[in-house]
Design a protein around this ligand. Sequence first.
Ligand code: C2E
Ligand code: MG
Ligand code: MG
Ligand code: MG
Length: 299
Amino acid sequence: RSLTALHLARSSGKSQLCYHPQMVMDVLRRQHFYNLLRDAMDEKQFYLAYQPIFDINQKLVAAETLLRLNGPNGAISPAEFIPVVERTGMIHDLGEYVLQQAFQDFSSLYRQNLESPLILSINCSVHQLEHPKFYPYLLKLFSQHIIPPSQVKLELTETVMLNSAVHLEMIKKLKDLGVMIAIDDFGTGYASFTYLLDIRPDVIKIDQSFIRKLAQVDKPDRDNERIVASMLTLARQLGISTVAEGVETVPQLQWLQQHGCDYIQGYLLGKPMPFVEFEKVVKYSTSVSGSMESQENIL
Ligand code: C2E
Ligand code: MG
Ligand code: MG
Ligand code: MG
């Protein structure tokens, strides 16, 4: 309605306002999207998906939580809404929801199977680290659930540079607590070599853009393979574990096995799924572990 009003104002010459219609559309669309996200928060429409993470022998060892939201026209990607919730400060409430839900879900897994507990890997925006309530909230969750800090990994995803004293201090506190720190999307954006020294992460997750170009039969990309091979070597020399993200093919998996990657994540071995589905995967993987394991493996 306000767009029409502006058009009218302009065409009737009564106003000096002269916004380009495209600009107006952008503002309205952004406002609409913001309202949609705000409502989704209020109505608790966000939920978590879990994607399994395997060791190099395809044993299930961890899961990554991924936020999901179904909008009026279908699923909305976190790649689309996370930057908006970060800009508007909603990330703090949403981040608390993610932590709380993940702890709750994983507690039920832990109660069922204490022998080989999985690692819970949670995405955490760099902005969340700046919030004074972040650390106390995490402490509260640890006090309320049976999950020990050593089983939790925070994947630092970033849309801003992670280098302020506030960030580094918080990361140190988290590590002192025993929580593992992973650098997500390693090798892209800001996630560079200086991080390895400043943050001393436990894990790096090699970005999918590198994994996608591994072991391509039709057009091999040797330079890309050299880069991934050196990331793996560098990480090993620094005592940092490696996860390959976005593994989709058997040749990629074989390549990573041959080059000493520690952990594998991707559609080849498991897609993100609702928690109830993930529970079944966990039960199945515990029941086939041992003698059956090698038969169940892809390789
Ligand atoms: P990410 O943390 O790097 O997560 C990996 C993304 O790759 C996920 O996309 C996952 O669904 C997708 N993926 C996994 N395996 C494959 C594969 O084999 N092939 C392809 N093509 N894609 C694969 P998703 O769920 O859309 O999430 C996108 C990004 O949104 C995440 O990237 C993360 O940066 C952010 N995100 C998701 N959930 C949260 C959250 O709870 N908090 C924060 N701060 N960020 C989140
Ligand atoms: Mg991640
Ligand atoms: Mg990633
Ligand atoms: Mg990403």
